[in-house]
Design a binder for this molecule. Structure first.
Ligand SMILES: Nc1ncnc2c1ncn2[C@@H]1O[C@H](COP(=O)(O)OP(=O)(O)OP(=O)(O)O)[C@@H](O)[C@H]1O
Ligand SMILES: [Mg+2]
Length: 476
């Protein structure tokens, strides 16, 4: 809120009561007159721009969160009801704009007061998935198109510890997916990450003319946990509007969804609630599910999301990370040991999983290749330990071949990024899905011109593949 706002004065009609206790972000208001609603914003007399959000009631007190926490409050101050809940502007006027979680502009543009929606009220339409045929979107990134296909209306997670390249990979995806189709509607949601990164993305999108079809929401690391926990629902509200009211297909990017969990946990710690497994807030898992559920596709339109997920202390078994991963269709795991070898993107091919890798979605040829790559990577993992003891020369010729192929695959899946050209000095690379599949076939020594049968969705596969196994032929 601008600091020029007139002093908030309490009138008899909206007078609620007085602040009776303050502890961190938590403000207790003793209700003397008007009973506020849960989630309602309360104003404090003489403190413009301060808003207390009613969280729950205890006896005759309202326990609130001080959303902005930038002005010192004290006990005894008068509090009044505003009759409003946190809302964000939605619709075409928001395109090309940047907002915070309260729907206030961050781009020096005018405030949008009309057509706003309360962020906690999910769209009335039930979130069942449209039974549309899976539409593959090409990202031009070999490892993503191959291991975790980007399917319209589905969720993909980029999971990794600190500094392994989640943000750079997310930016590259935005760059590649929006480069050909500048009409794509994108929503970017920055939660608890670096302020500089948001700024850089804004400038890049502006230069490439993608900004005019993008809406951005930020609650970065300098924001209070209340703001950080609201930015996800705020962006989801904007996405739901475009999906349900305008029937649009939306690309939804979040960096970083783990910070949403962290913000909710910080708030619950402020309230003194007993944490659940892993020290997280007791209701964090249900709140996370509610948010993920809002980011699904309906019969009207689709939301395709890319979510960066931070792994605390590189521990993939962290309960919050596991909970997030369960709600994603594909999980691309970035590993520190691979990043240390200078391989970018630093994808761990063994840990990376996708429920979308089925012959129906990606085609038999792609499906068979992934199975072969996974088998070879599994073997590589166990051979590495043997080689450490006896050396590579002692391996059988077949094992040595597989070991070499696995190494070739690892370097094949690395590629230069357009968004990191200023770091590496090398121009970005874009590979079509066909180039990726034939590249893998070349390494595995299978010639696509000898494919046994041509599958329906794989016009590129030619008859007569001598490398198909009996099992695969039976499956067909
Ligand atoms: N594809 C790439 N090419 C060159 N350098 C890269 C690439 N990906 C990541 N890096 C290097 O790694 C650094 C960290 O990457 P990035 O900021 O994406 O990590 P992160 O996983 O988002 O980290 P954090 O958890 O701190 O947000 C970058 O600043 C860059 O120097
Ligand atoms: Mg990052």
């Amino acid at each position: 809120m601008p600091k020029t706002e007139p002093r908030t004065t309490v009138t008899d009609a909206n007078y609620v009561g007085r602040i009776s206790a303050l502890k961190g972000l938590v403000v207790r208001v003793d209700i003397e007159a008007k009973q506020p609603e849960e989630g309602e914003l309360l104003a404090v007399d003489g403190c413009p721009g301060v808003f207390l959000q009613v969280n729950f009631f205890e006896g005759s007190s309202a326990v609130c969160v001080n959303i902005n926490n930038d002005i010192d409050l004290r006990c005894g101050l008068k509090v009044s009801a505003t009759g409003k809940k946190v809302s964000v502007p939605v619709g075409p006027d928001t395109l090309g704009r940047v907002f915070n979680a309260l729907g206030q502009p961050l781009d020096n543009g005018p405030e949008i007061t009309s057509n706003r929606k309360v962020i906690t009220e999910a769209s009335g339409i039930k979130s069942y998935r449209k039974a549309h045929s899976a539409e593959l979107l090409e990202t031009g990134l070999k490892v993503i198109d191959f291991m975790t296909p980007f399917v319209k209306g589905r969720k993909i997670g980029i999971v990794g510890g600190a500094g392994v390249g989640k943000t750079v990979l997310t930016m590259e995806m935005i760059h590649n997916v929006t480069r050909d189709n500048k009409k794509n509607l994108s929503i970017y949601c920055g939660v608890g990450e670096r302020i500089r990164e948001g700024n850089e993305l804004y400038e890049t999108l502006k230069e490439t003319d993608v900004l005019k079809n993008t809406v951005m929401f930020f609650g970065q690391m300098d924001a209070t946990p209340a703001i950080r926990s609201m930015v996800g629902p705020a962006a989801a509200t904007a996405a739901e509007h475009f999906r349900d009211e305008e029937g649009r297909d939306i690309l939804f990017f979040v960096d970083n969804i783990y910070r949403h969990v962290q913000a909710l946990t910080e708030i619950s710690t402020n309230f003194g609630l007993i944490p659940s497994e892993g020290g997280y807030s007791p209701t964090v898992y249900s709140e996370l599910r509610r948010l993920q559920d809002r980011l699904s596709s309906t019969e009207k339109g689709s939301i395709t999301s890319v979510q960066a997920v931070y792994i605390p202390a590189d521990d993939l078994s962290d309960p919050a990370v596991q909970s997030i991963a369960q709600q994603l269709d594909s999980v691309l795991v970035l590993s520190r040991s691979i990043a240390e070898q200078g391989i970018r993107p630093a994808v761990d091919l063994l840990q990376t999983t996708s429920s979308l890798l089925t012959p129906q979605i990606v085609g038999q040829r792609h499906y068979d290749l992934v199975a072969k790559v996974q088998a070879i990577m599994q073997k590589y993992d166990s051979l590495k330990n043997i080689i450490a003891i006896i050396g590579e020369n002692e391996l059988s010729p077949a094992d040595r071949q597989d070991y070499q192929n696995a190494k070739k695959l690892i370097s094949f899946f690395s590629q230069n990024f357009a968004v990191s050209e200023h770091l590496t000095g090398k121009p970005g690379e874009y590979f079509t899905r066909e180039q990726t599949l034939s590249g893998v076939e070349e390494i595995l020594g299978s010639d696509p011109s000898k494919t046994d049968k041509q599958t329906k969705d794989q016009p590129e596969a030619k008859p007569g593949d001598s490398n198909q196994t009996d099992a695969q032929t039976k499956e067909e």
